[in-house]
Design a protein around this ligand. Sequence first.
Ligand SMILES: [Zn+2]
Length: 132
Amino acid sequence: MPCCKEHERTGVAVGIGVGILSYFNKWSQERQSNIQAPCRIGELFLYVLVGAVAGKMAAIVPDVLEPATSPHHRNICHSVTAGAAIVYGMYELGKTNVYPLAKAALMSAGASCLAHIGEDAGTEMGVPWLCR
Ligand SMILES: [Zn+2]
């Protein structure tokens, strides 16, 4: 069973990846109106930092909501359905005009929660489709 630290490490890695993708998505949109829009390394670093922090914090949310007090603790917050709801939320968030850095943080948090569910799904106990 992955522990809190493992989920946090994964969340940081996922958050960094999402932060990088979010910055380059924003930059590519800027370049559609201004082809000479510069790639700002400081801003990229900020996106990576925000993604890493959001990813680390969100990585343990399923275990905060359903603490590992028994071998059968995984319920709806660890379910495939919860993962699908997160994916849907991220899809809808992607279509909004939320401030790009906030969107990067929320996307990192969502991807980190998904990674948590994915890690738990790979264990012997697995995760439920909806609930146990
Ligand atoms: Zn868990």
